[in-house]
Design a protein around this ligand. Structure first.
Ligand SMILES: C=C(O[C@@H]1C=C(C(=O)O)C=C[C@H]1O)C(=O)O
Length: 263
């Protein structure tokens, strides 16, 4: 077939795809209106897993990875469009932060792949309050929780190269009133270089200025000596200890009062 003829057919398909895509987006807009009215989350991991599983089961072997990427892209666009509907008049966007060596940019579901490269590593998750992720969907759910309204969630990049090295989030504490809960994990290559200290300084600023928090909380596995030292150096004190796992591992709950700092 002549190139011109093939391109003619591609153009015809483009017309169909464009109409189908816009029809899909319109329906997603209706879902967003419903969610807005019923105060529901935009991101519904179970529904997305169902769709992606369906794609896997129905795609031609030759195109399977492309099909998945195409649908992942559709889901991302659908969420952004829904966000634009639900988010009207919502809180101000999260500001980017530059420290001496790091660039902190707002975290989003689009960062799931690099984040999964860390959340799937037992060497990292053994220090975290979540289990090692075996699927990217678990990571997407974690990101969605970190990005809930009122929280501040960032991806951590090296300022010089833009290389992704980890995740930092401040979440409204569910346990302690007016406290912000710090979550931080970095790739092992970035450990022991003082990055956590740099991020903890940002945490103090952001928690008092953007979250109106009175204190910061950090939950650290007691065995993680380096993290305990970093927090102690930044002025945090162990407020209590908890037991987890089989009951033999200790979690230190560190707290830093922001009042005493500010006054
Ligand atoms: C459209 C919805 O919202 C989101 C987007 C989806 C989609 O585009 O198909 C699916 C699940 C949700 O994460 C929905 O909840 O059905």
């Amino acid at each position: 077939m002549e190139l011109e003829q093939i391109r003619f057919q591609i153009n015809e398909l483009n017309t169909e795809l464009l109409h189908l895509f816009e029809k899909r987006m319109q329906l997603c807009g209706q879902v967003a209106e419903y969610k807005k009215e019923h105060h529901m989350d935009i991101f519904v991991p179970a529904r997305e897993v169902e769709i992606l599983e369906w794609v896997k089961a129905n795609s031609k072997k030759e195109f399977a990875t492309y099909d998945l990427e195409f649908f992942n892209c559709l889901l991302n666009l659908s969420r952004s469009y829904q966000q634009s509907i639900v988010g009207e008049g919502a809180a101000a966007p999260i500001p980017a932060v530059r420290t001496e060596r790091l660039l902190l940019l707002p975290l989003s579901l689009e960062d799931a792949e690099p984040v999964f490269s860390l959340t799937s590593k037992p060497d990292i998750t053994k220090y975290m309050r979540f289990d090692t992720h075996s699927s990217i969907e678990e990571t997407r759910s974690l990101i969605a929780r970190y990005c809930e309204p009122g929280n501040l969630a960032y991806k951590v990049l090296l300022a010089q190269t833009g290389e992704f090295i980890g995740v930092f989030a401040l979440k409204i504490s569910k346990e302690v009133p007016a406290a912000a809960d710090v979550s931080l994990f970095l790739s092992p290559e970035s450990w022991n270089l003082g990055y956590a200290g740099e991020i903890l300084c940002v945490a103090e600023d952001m928690a008092s200025n953007f979250m109106q928090a009175d204190s910061l909380l950090a939950y650290v596995v007691a065995d993680h000596i380096a993290s305990c030292h970093t927090l102690e150096k930044a002025g945090y004190h162990v407020q209590k200890t908890l037991f987890f796992g089989e009951g033999d591992a200790t979690l230190n709950v560190y707290q830093l009062s922001l009042h005493s700092k500010n006054n």
